[in-house]
Design a protein around this ligand. Structure first.
Ligand code: GLN
Length: 555
């Protein structure tokens, strides 16, 4: 379908588009703002969809260091995406898809593929219209009965990389009609203590810059540490050509789950409805958010959980994990206090001392050798001291290696990921089944997009702890890993007290291990944190936090 056909096609649907840009500084929380707006529109009965357009040249963040990019979020359909897609899912409950995440890398790859294929019929390929058309094509794809499609443009207005995106959305506003498109610009009002004032000038400049690209924002969302006086809002409205009621304050709040309520109180959803001429929208129904905030503000107690990882200096690397633990706390009406423990440091530290004050231990996913022995040390401590333990992906692989080494007596048990001469308890699988088709990967193949990615089914062993936790015997969870525990070690593991209680439907891949003689010891090959939501906490996190609370009462 050509882009013009696509536009005509979309015009027959009811979807309205909201484009979210950012200015002044980066890290303003545009993702959270987009997710929160989506959730309040949902609370008025609208169907929403959230999308992220990332201007960097990587095809996806899968090959980027967590220090560069934070966590890589994985969708059911196996897309490795920006962590903002995690916010989108956590706030809206709508599972994100491949069609909801794009980067300049993907856009250029598509354009160049078409050029090589001769699809442009001899034309000179240019940013406008070829790259911009590809961006528009992405924005308009895979839309059915959504009321609102919210598209967040990554980066900050003025970035060279972002320009084709701004041009594409500018064009779309005219092609779809201004009444179908709204531009929201997120900015910062810095507070100058010496003057005791909030400053609006950076916002004015940022809006001017947006106007240079032909985009007039319809709403300005102003991040601010303190209440914004009405006369400052008026000033912004006047200088930026925006209605005063569409200058919305986004004040700092204690918990991200307060944001939807805060925005709604500021009138954001009402202003959006008014902009689109929607007069009959139901009032927002925010009780589920009120409940969450209420529990977060009035917990019955606090439980300490130790997370032994390698990226503990940058908590963005464990975004979903952190949130899933909070959700597990909400379900138990407890505050979860996370003690971030550097796995590498733990190697030379006294584990007894470092871990004495935590009631549960979690070893998250990871790649590479650094910190491995620290993780194994923490797992040994959890197993021997009967401290509730949850191992995720790499954490599960390390738990299996720990039992093989320490209980089964195989001193060189290891993973072929970085131990070439070990007993390969964890090794590279080169073939596996997905939905009846064979997936193949090669040892020296590309690193990007070649892992076992996305949702896979798993059969749980009836009567096992994990079957009790889930309350069902068949689950589907999201994966992101290259290596697997080799099922041939099952007899040795079993003799050592570790049971494989979840496996792939063909029986070949161990997906979950547990130790039945331990109060709560579970390792999972997948990433349960990716599916947890504040209003639908993941059962594994609910049960893990509960076990940790029970353990804390014993101490
Ligand atoms: N590095 C391990 C693998 O590739 C684990 C990955 C992870 O924890 N996500 O299998």
């Amino acid at each position: 379908m050509t882009i013009n056909h696509k536009i005509e096609h979309i015009l027959q649907h009811k979807a309205k588009f909201i484009f979210i840009t950012g200015g002044v500084v980066s890290s303003l929380g545009k993702g959270l703002a987009s997710a929160s707006l989506a959730s309040i529109l949902q609370s008025r009965g609208f169907k929403v969809r959230l999308r992220k357009l990332d201007p960097y040249l990587n095809v996806d963040p899968g090959t980027m260091s967590p220090y560069q990019h934070g966590e890589v979020f994985v969708t059911d359909d196996g897309t490795e995406a920006d962590l903002d897609l995690g916010h989108y899912e956590r706030f809206s409950g709508v599972p994100a898809k491949r069609a909801d995440s794009v980067t300049t890398g993907i856009i250029y790859q598509r354009v160049i593929d078409k050029e090589r294929h001769g699809d442009y019929l001899g034309a000179t390929i240019q940013v406008v219209p070829h790259v911009t058309n590809e961006i528009k094509d992405f924005i308009l794809s895979d839309i059915t009965d959504e009321d609102f499609v919210l598209c967040e443009i990554g980066g900050t207005v003025g970035d060279i990389e972002g320009q084709p995106y701004l041009e594409a959305i500018r064009q779309l506003a005219y092609e779809l009609g201004r009444e179908r498109v709204m531009f929201i610009h997120v900015t910062l009002l810095p507070f100058i203590p010496a003057a005791g004032e909030l400053k609006t000038k950076p916002t004015q400049h940022s809006v001017k810059q947006l106007q240079e690209y032909g985009i007039q924002p319809d709403m300005i969302l102003c991040r601010s540490q303190i209440e914004i006086p009405q006369n400052e809002k008026r000033k912004i409205a006047q200088f930026c050509n925006v209605k005063e009621e569409n200058v919305i304050a986004a004040l700092d709040v204690k918990s991200i789950y307060q944001v939807p309520i805060a925005y709604s109180h500021e009138g954001m959803d009402a202003a959006v409805c008014k902009y689109f001429g929607i007069t009959n929208a139901p009032a927002p129904e925010l009780s589920k958010w009120e409940h969450i905030v209420n529990v977060l503000q009035n917990p019955e107690g606090t439980v300490n959980i130790g997370v032994v990882g390698k990226y503990t200096q940058l908590l963005e690397a464990y975004k979903s994990l952190n949130e899933a633990l909070v959700h597990g706390g909400i379900a138990n009406k407890y505050k979860v206090k996370i003690k971030w423990i550097d796995a590498e440091k733990l190697e030379s530290e006294d584990a007894e001392q470092e871990l004495a004050d935590v009631s549960g231990i979690l070893v998250p996913g990871g790649f590479g050798q650094r910190g491995t022995e620290g993780k194994i040390k923490a797992i040994k401590y959890a197993r021997e001291h009967k401290v509730p333990f949850l191992g995720i992906c790499f954490g599960m692989q390390m738990a299996v290696i720990e039992t093989m080494r320490d209980v089964a007596g195989v001193a060189d048990a290891g993973t072929t990921e970085f131990m070439p001469d070990c007993e390969p308890v964890v090794g590279l699988m080169t073939e596996w089944d997905k939905d009846g088709a064979k997936q193949i990967r090669h040892k020296d193949g590309d690193l990007g997009g070649t892992m076992r990615l996305g949702a896979y089914e798993c059969d749980l062993q009836p009567g096992s702890l994990v079957a009790k936790v889930y309350g069902i015997n068949k689950i589907s969870e999201r994966h992101r890993h290259r290596y697997e525990v080799n099922i041939k070690y099952e007899p040795q593991l079993q003799q050592s007290g570790m049971v494989i209680s979840g496996r792939s439907p063909d029986g070949k891949l161990p997906e979950i291990v547990e130790i039945p003689t331990h109060p709560w010891f579970i390792g999972v090959q997948f990433h349960p944190e990716l599916k947890s939501k504040p209003f639908a906490p993941h059962p594994l996190f609910v049960a893990f936090v509960k076990a940790a609370i029970e353990n804390s009462r014993l101490i």
